[in-house]
Every structure is written in structure tokens, then in C-alpha cells.
Design a protein around this ligand. Sequence first.
Ligand code: ASP
Length: 352
Amino acid sequence: MNSSKWLMAGALCLASFTGAAYAQAKDTAKTLPKVVVLSTGGTIAGESRSSTDTTNYTAGQRSGDQLVKAVPEIAKVADVEVEQVVNISSPNMQYSHLLALSKAANKYLADPSVSGVVITHGTSTAEETALFMDLTVKSSKPVIVVGAMRPATAISADGPFNLLQAIALAVHPSARDRGALLVSNDRISSAMYVSKTNTQSLDTFQAAEQGHLGLMVGTKPYFYFTPASVPGKPYFDVSKTENLPKVEILYGYIENDAGMLDHLVGTGTKGVVVAGPGNSSLSKAMVEKITKLQADGYPVVRATRVGAGIVTPKKEGIAAGFYNPQKARLLLALAINEGADLKKTQNYFLPD
Ligand code: ASP
């Protein structure tokens, strides 16, 4: 046998050993709590030809089933059922996927035999899906979003441990009544506040103002506080929703062409979020346009490009409060879909 054949035989041996180890561990798992893994792709399911490539890989190559089976330790903490919702790189997520995930999570969590739901996801837009779950899933049981910064083929891939921790957290009673959570790099974060802050680092998920909720030590969660909820957090019932309105984000900067706002409104956009500078202080031209749109009941949300801090109300537009632009976009879409007027929408973003 030449050396590459030896390598292949070794890899096959290892794969069947891993599969056997998983099956054996699962055999003893009959009385374990049940977790449903909703799999969507991302880097955690990504593959590359090179074990040192952490940027030019292809996301969404492995199934959720493969991800779970690759970690035999999972079978010791939960009885896992996998539903493959989609297998894509997360910038390709669409409203239809978010709605499917929300409906599936609500359905599974209503089943008394299910302890929690885990969503495997690309990190690029994980915060958006996590927030959507936070606003649309009604259950005291946990929904946990998890991803990875390194593809499954990388040396020291972070996905397997992240997935094990997410599943261990999903069955732990201390994870209940905290809204949707995100687990990454040993940290537990709130879906409401967490954001991806670094394109490369494993320590990418942060909430600059609010921090993390707790941490994972191996498979054991340690929360810093007992459950708390976000003041005035709205809930939207999307059980009958098939689609959501088109909402776009405009970046704010010096010499902003305010005509872009007209373009968006004229091309069927139902609401706009502006990622403005500072406390979303916009140019005179933008303020004038927003004021006119507002008089017609058209929603423009002032969010910030800064990455931390609150956006407070001014005369023009709807203040995003603590929602970053990409999260503000989803909340605005849900509010428009519900038929909320500007005042009610403002109250969703920043309750009195
Ligand atoms: N492109 C990937 C995705 O978001 C990046 C990641 O998973 O981190 O699906």
C-alpha cells in the first residue's frame, strides 16, 4: 500500500470507530433528556482541502447528523434528534428560513419530551437568527444557537466542542427562562445583545455593554446571575406568517446621498434602518427626508454604526435603542408585518 492508501485506510478506520463509539454511547442514553438539533450549515459544517485553511473553505458541507455523530460525547449528555432545515453559508439565510426555524423550535419545545433546541448556524449572521428566535419563540425551555469560526476540517476546529457545549446547555435547567442564547468559545451570551465582533478570532461573540451571561466549563454551565429578562422585550406570533416585509439598511457617513432613501422607498422597501454615525446623528438632507417619510407613517429606524451604546429618540425617525442595525432590521420587519404604527414600533425598540 502506498502512503496515501494507508492514510485513507486509517481515516476509514477512524470514521467507523467514531461511528461505533457514538452508537455505543447512544445505546446507554435511553433515559437521557431529548434535544432537537436544527441544522442550517455554516462554517461548523464547512470543509476545506487543507487542515490549515480557515478562510477559503466551503461552508455548509456536512449534515447536522454528521456533526452530531462526530462527537460521541454528545450521546452521553442527550438523546439527539436532528432536523436538517437547510445547508448553506449563513449570509444566504432568508426570512423563509427564519420562519421555518421559529416554527420548528416552537413545535419541538411544545413537546413535553423535548428539553431544548439547538440551532447549528454560520457565525456571520448567527446573531440575526438568534434574535429572531428570541422574539418569536415562546417557551421557557432553551433555544441555543451555535456555530464555529474554523471549518470542521481544520486543526483544532472549534465546532465539535461548541456543539457539545450547546447541547449540554440545552438540557441544563439553569438555561431556562433566559430567552434565546448563543454559545461560542466557552461563553454563553444573550441573543438580544450578542454580536459578532471579529472576522477571525474564536473569541468573536461579544456584547460590549452587557457582557456575557455565563460560561461553560467543559459541559457544565456557570451563569453569573439567575434568569432575568430584557425589559419590555416584545413577542411576535409568526405561526401563520409566510413571509415578512422588505426592510433594508442604509449606512450613514459624511456626504450621505439622501436620494438612496428615495430609491429604497420607490422600489418597494417597507421600512429602512439607517446605521448612522454616533447616536445616529444624520445629515440635514437625511433628517429632512426622514421627517417627510415619517409624516406619511413610513418607518425609518435610526440605529448606529458604532457597535455599542444606545440610540436615543430624536424628532426624526424611530430610535433603535440597543438593537444593532441588522437586528433592528428584523424587529422592524416583525413590527411592520404586525401592522404596528410608528409609536408602537418605537415602543418595541425602546419601551417607556
Ligand atoms: N460563511 C460562514 C457562515 O456564516 C461563516 C461562519 O460560519 O462563520 O455561514
